[in-house]
Design a protein around this ligand. Structure first.
Ligand code: MN
Length: 231
């Protein structure tokens, strides 16, 4: 048997200290998972976690020491940055309990949930899916994955983003409304988690627009920095 045309290649993320690539299966994203970001988006308090997805081929792989080049997407005048801790699932499962969840995490990376905010807001108003605002080409620039054992105390790590050298977002992973273990419990009740799945855990406050030519540098303490230029 042969394919009608060449299948889309699997997206592979570099792994710190290892020669293999991490093959990406799905990209799950958590919405409004830091209180101060929920507030800036017009919401308050702790609501049950909710999820959306980006296609695996929306990942823009940015190796260590390199600058990813993201083409400014079509249809938007308000492209927002959302810096996020990304968890990489190494062992799949369904109905995973929070107490067991961390055994399923292979490692962590720094990612950007780039968002066509004007289009997302239009969809919200109309009660329509967010895909056009969230799930476009190169909408998920992600850096190398650091294995969990080498990532330090990720649950208490600082998370930050600078644009052209100026602070835009600065918070701490400890401020997640739903921590990673709880997120995995909720996610795996709805979907069968697979090795290769990525979870973008949500962004802290300070989301704002970028324009062509901007340089974004983001980090989570203990992980490889992510550098992206808007082209
Ligand atoms: Mn996000």
């Amino acid at each position: 048997m042969s394919y009608l045309f060449t299948p889309t290649p699997t997206i592979g993320l570099p792994i710190v200290g290892r020669p293999e690539l991490f093959p990406v299966h799905r990209v799950y994203c958590v919405g409004r998972n830091y209180e101060d970001h929920a507030k800036e988006m017009g919401f308050t308090g702790r609501e049950p976690p909710f999820f959306f997805l980006k296609p695996a081929d929306a990942v823009l792989v940015v190796p260590a020491g390199e600058t990813g080049r993201m083409a400014y997407p079509t249809l938007t005048q308000n492209l927002h940055h959302e810096i996020e801790l990304v968890a990489a699932i190494g062992k799949g499962g369904k109905n995973i309990k929070a107490a067991d969840a961390m055994q399923h995490v292979f490692g962590y990376a720094v990612g950007l949930d780039m968002t066509r905010r004007d289009l997302q807001n239009d969809m919200k108003k109309q009660g329509r899916p967010w895909c056009i605002g969230k799930a476009f080409e190169q909408s998920a620039p992600i850096g190398p994955i650091t294995p969990a054992a080498q990532a330090g105390d990720i649950e208490k790590a600082g998370i930050w983003l600078q644009v052209n050298g100026a602070d835009r977002q600065r918070s701490n992973v400890s401020k997640l409304i739903w921590n990673l273990a709880e997120t995995i419990e909720h996610l795996s009740a709805a979907w069968d988690l697979q090795p290769g799945d990525l979870i973008m855990t949500g962004t802290p406050e300070g989301v704002a627009a970028v324009v062509k030519g901007d340089t974004l540098v983001g980090g989570v303490d203990g992980l490889t920095e992510l550098r992206v230029q808007m082209a």
